[in-house]
Structure formats: C-alpha cells, structure tokens
Design a protein around this ligand. Sequence first.
Ligand code: SF4
Length: 198
Amino acid sequence: MDPDVRNKAWEELRSRVEGCQRCGLCRTRTKTVFGQGSVDTPLVFVGEGPGADEDASGVAFVGRAGQLLTKILSAGGIDRESVFICNVVKCRPPNNRTPTQEEMLMCGDFLEAQLLLLRPRIVVCLGNTPLKWLLKTTEGITALRGRWFDWRGIQLFPMFHPSYLLRNDSRVKGSPKDLTWQDVQQLKARLDELQKGE
Ligand code: SF4
C-alpha cells in the first residue's frame, strides 16, 4: 500500500477511535487507547484492554504489566520502540473486567483495520482475550502459547499476558515466566529469520 494512503487511513482510524461511542465503555472511559509504537514495524503486540494507567494516559501498556513487557522484550533483544502495541478494546472495561463479546464485536473492527493497515509479519497475542478473538478458538493460552498460527496471512504467536506473570512470580522450570522466556527467544529467532529473508 502506498505509504501516504496508509498514513491517511491510519489517522482517520485514530480519529474514529477517539470519538467512538459504539459501545457502553465510552461512558466510563477517561481516554481511548489507540495503541502506540512504530507503524513500520514487522511486530505487533495485542493485549486485552486498557487498565487504569492506560485509561488515564491514553497510552497502551504503561502500567506495571507494560513495564514488565518492556523488560521481557528488552531481555529478548527486542526494542519496545520498534514494535506497535495495542489492545482488542480501546476503552477500559470497569474494574479491569474482561471485555464482553458485544464490546469486542463493536471494537474488533478497529483492531482488524489496524492489523490490515500495518500488515506486520508477526502478531503476538498477549493472553486469552486477543488469542480467542483473533483465532476464534475456545482453547486457552496455556495450551496454545509458544505455537505458531495464521491470521489472514500474518503469523500469529500467543504468549502469556504480562499481568499473569505479575501474579505468578516463580521462575522455576515450566513456570509461566520460564515459558515466556522461551517464547520471547523463539519470537526473536523467527523475527530475525523473516527479516533475513526480506
Ligand atoms: S471500546 Fe471500542 S467500540 Fe467501545 S466505545 Fe471504546 S472505541 Fe468504541
């Protein structure tokens, strides 16, 4: 896609999200959280929805979970500034509850449009919500993490959500943190392989 056309469509999408009142989450949000990072990236991370810090700032993954994600990426040799990070829903669900099917149905078009405009090589689903939404699967993250799937010609890789890792601090072999370390290494290796072939 012509970069000028893509950038124009991207800014239109951003302003549609900013003014969106499609679902009830618009009544309780402070700010919409469109996502941020590089738009020329081969790698996009998708979480569930904004938390309190994200709702207040309008920036995705800036709270404790976001800080942990930055550390995980950095340990795996991935610069957070070089990727794009967003969520399935762009407004905070009250008390950080899981978004409802209806909310995801209303907001899912925005995520889909983002992914189709960015056309990254890899989309990482962080946790169950983006995984189930994009893959339309009933299987959970524990069964599917660390494996490769296809979403409309884009490689899809599920990993644990960093907030799950905050609640499961053990680093013993086979723990969520240990598995995430393996996953981020696998992710970096695949990314390097794809970029070498370009
Ligand atoms: S969550 Fe999505 S669909 Fe609902 S109001 Fe916010 S931007 Fe619109």
